[in-house]
Design a protein around this ligand. Sequence first.
Ligand SMILES: [Ca+2]
Ligand SMILES: [Ca+2]
Length: 326
Amino acid sequence: MLLITPRAAFLLAAILLLGAGMPAASGAEVVLFQEDFEGSPPQVMEMSTPLGVWDVGPDNATPAGGHSSPHIAETRPGQDYQNYDIGRLITDEINLAGTTAPRLTFNIYYDTEPIHDGAFIWIWNGSQWFPLSPVGGYPSQCDFGPTVLGPNCWSGKSGAWLPQEVDLSAYAGQQVRIMFMLLADYSITAPGVALDDIRVIDGVPEERGVLDHFKCYAVRPIDKFEPREVTLVDEFGEETVTVLRPTRFCNPVVKCTGESCAELSHPEAHLTCYQIQSGPRNPQFKKRTVVVSNQFGDQQHLVVSAHGDLLCVPSLKSLQGRGGPK
Ligand SMILES: [Ca+2]
Ligand SMILES: [Ca+2]
């Protein structure tokens, strides 16, 4: 989303181009369940019982950023979990009637004994529990000892809050509950697991895949470009930036792997990218870790370390302009 300042009328044109160059989203997101632990009581059926492991409170121990502040759900706040802990946080019932492609998203932070203690999620469909797996799979395989089979899990140190996504399409039309489980074996403990921003959403996947790949070229402006100030709002926050100059022009590109080539979804949609500079009054950028999955690898952990330095604006292109060979 862009907030337009009075001095940034040019971006209004960019937004108009966004409307002209790219189709509107085909279906709005429908939020079926949302729990950020900021209100009370939390929408959970079971948390502190039977063994009193999970609780909700202000976050005093995890890295900054990556979740809604200040409250989180965490195992044994202020202390390590205990040997043999079985911590179950089970949501209220979530109605997936009428959904087509429901998905669960949440943020997790964990610091457990590697392998032998860890967390995982299951789903209740009204009659039975089934294990769930995040998109891209769990990062570890746990071994809780001889009495529990080793499920895949989140275990060891996450180092940061990590966003997770789980496909719930198999449960469309059903009434479900989600269980977040921490299991600990008989020795060695650690701070535990924290959760926040649990959401179940429908109506997203068709909108994916409408984005083409882009190949970007270095450009310089022929006409003088007047720097201007705009305010940008995204999921990392709001900042006011100065748009300095166009530096890249990007074409949608057909990419072939072996003999298989993907067709362009929107051959008319191009990008023009501008170098931007963060304004002096913006708050200091807090580093955060994101996990991305694409054809070059699942669950790639990336540290986002600085304010944005490039703004890419959807653009229409004409080859009839000035400027030398076509
Ligand atoms: Ca929160
Ligand atoms: Ca242990």
